[in-house]
Structure formats: structure tokens, C-alpha cells
Design a protein around this ligand. Structure first.
Ligand SMILES: Nc1nc2c(ncn2[C@@H]2O[C@H](COP(=O)(O)OP(=O)(O)OP(=O)(O)O)[C@@H](O)[C@H]2O)c(=O)[nH]1
Ligand SMILES: [Mg+2]
Length: 198
């Protein structure tokens, strides 16, 4: 039986052209829109179609936000290293994801953008690392303007999605396994008997 609500490994179209629905979150002006598009890349020798949803920092309807929070498979939470308020909002976005999805298992990558503006820096790299540790997710400082570490962000997020899907599949297998071995044990005396008679 297919696990409910999860794409099967064979699903998603011809030979591995799996699509990943990624959502960009973050306060207004942090640089989310610099990288929002559809891209096709290879990650760990497997092709991936990234469908990236750009969201607006503030003025959005809650109902719509809940919808893409549910539909998204991976989330990039973005702040600007030049804007402390956006750093605080990063934590709020993480909480929002939890509130909508009710699980800490959602694939997330934390991004501190505008790393090129070092003279305007308000958030140290250590603060970013520490927040990512709290989120239990990968972290990158990027510059969308110079395309520093942008690809790494998408790669890390797809890897997170794949890893969590593997974990879910394994957990599912483990759930089924005890039943199988129990059935074998129940059947084995009969099998032996039959064997010795014939
Ligand atoms: N120096 C520098 N500027 C950047 C960088 N990324 C984005 N910007 C600039 O920051 C401004 C805001 O970028 P957007 O991509 O529009 O920000 P946004 O997060 O989409 O903002 P909202 O759509 O309002 O939520 C623009 O002027 C960008 O050119 C970066 O890495 N470095
Ligand atoms: Mg934008």
C-alpha cells in the first residue's frame, strides 16, 4: 500500500524528474524575489525540477499563506544580515510552519542574505548558525546579488527533502516488519510438520 500523502519513489513522472515544491519565506526586502523561478538541476546525480514559490514579505491573506504552507515540500526561511527585524521574523516563520503543519519534520533551510553588505551587517554569522541549530536545519549566508551560495541553498533543501522521505519510508518498513516475522513464526510449526510427513 502507498504511504498516504507521500509521493512514491516511482511517482513524479519519467525517470526521476521529480518536482520539488519549494517556498521562499521571509520579511519584506530581504531578497527573496531575486531567486524565484523554475529551475531544473541535478542533485547527487538525480535530476530535480524546482518549482519555487515567491511569497510577499507582509501583506498576504492568512488563508492563502496556510495553503502554501501545507502544499510546500521544503521551505527557505530568509532574513537579511543587515536587518535585525528580519532575523526576528525568521523565527516567527518557523513557528508558523509548525502551526500549520503540526510537525517538526518539515524540510527547512535558513538563509542570511546580503552577505556582500558586510559594512551594514547587524546579524553575526554565529547568530545565524545558532538559530539554525535551534531549527535543526542547514544554514547559509548568501548574496543573491552576487549569487554566492545560492545553489548550495537549493541543493541542501532538496537533500533535506530526500533524507526525510527516506526516513519516512524506513519508519514505514519497520512498522510492517514485525507483522511479517510474527506471521512466519506462526506458520513455521505447520511447515515443519508438513515437511516431516512428506
Ligand atoms: N546588496 C544586495 N542587495 C540585495 C541582495 N538581495 C536582494 N537585494 C536587493 O534588496 C532589495 C529587495 O529585494 P527583493 O528580492 O525585492 O526582496 P523581497 O524579499 O522579495 O521583498 P518583498 O517582496 O517585499 O517581500 C532589492 O533592491 C534587491 O536588489 C543581496 O544579496 N545583496
Ligand atoms: Mg519579493
Amino acid at each position: 500500500m502507498e504511504p498516504v500523502g507521500r509521493p512514491s519513489s516511482a511517482g513524479g513522472g519519467p525517470a526521476g524528474s521529480r518536482e520539488y515544491k519549494l517556498v521562499m519565506l521571509g520579511a519584506g526586502g530581504v531578497g527573496k524575489s531575486e531567486d524565484a523561478y523554475k529551475i531544473r538541476i541535478r542533485i547527487d546525480d538525480e535530476p530535480a525540477n524546482l518549482d519555487i514559490l515567491d511569497t510577499a514579505g507582509q501583506a498576504e491573506f492568512t488563508a492563502m499563506r496556510d495553503q502554501y504552507m501545507r502544499a510546500g515540500e521544503g521551505f527557505i526561511i530568509c532574513y537579511s544580515i543587515t536587518d535585525r527585524r528580519s532575523f526576528h521574523e525568521a523565527r516567527e516563520f518557523k513557528q508558523l510552519i509548525y502551526r500549520v503543519r503540526r510537525t517538526d519534520d518539515t524540510p527547512v533551510v535558513l538563509v542570511g542574505n546580503k552577505s556582500d553588505l558586510s559594512r551594514l551587517r547587524q546579524i553575526s554569522k554565529e547568530e545565524g548558525i545558532s538559530l539554525a541549530r535551534e531549527f535543526n536545519c542547514p544554514f547559509f549566508e548568501t548574496s543573491a546579488a552576487f549569487r554566492y551560495y545560492i545553489d548550495d541553498v537549493f541543493h541542501a533543501l532538496v537533500r533535506e527533502i530526500r533524507r526525510k522521505e527516506r526516513e519516512a519510508a524506513l519508519a514505514n518498513e519497520r512498522k510492517l516488519k514485525p507483522k511479517t516475522s510474527m506471521w512466519r513464526r506462526l506458520k513455521s510449526p505447520f511447515r515443519k510438520k508438513k515437511d516431516s510427513v512428506t
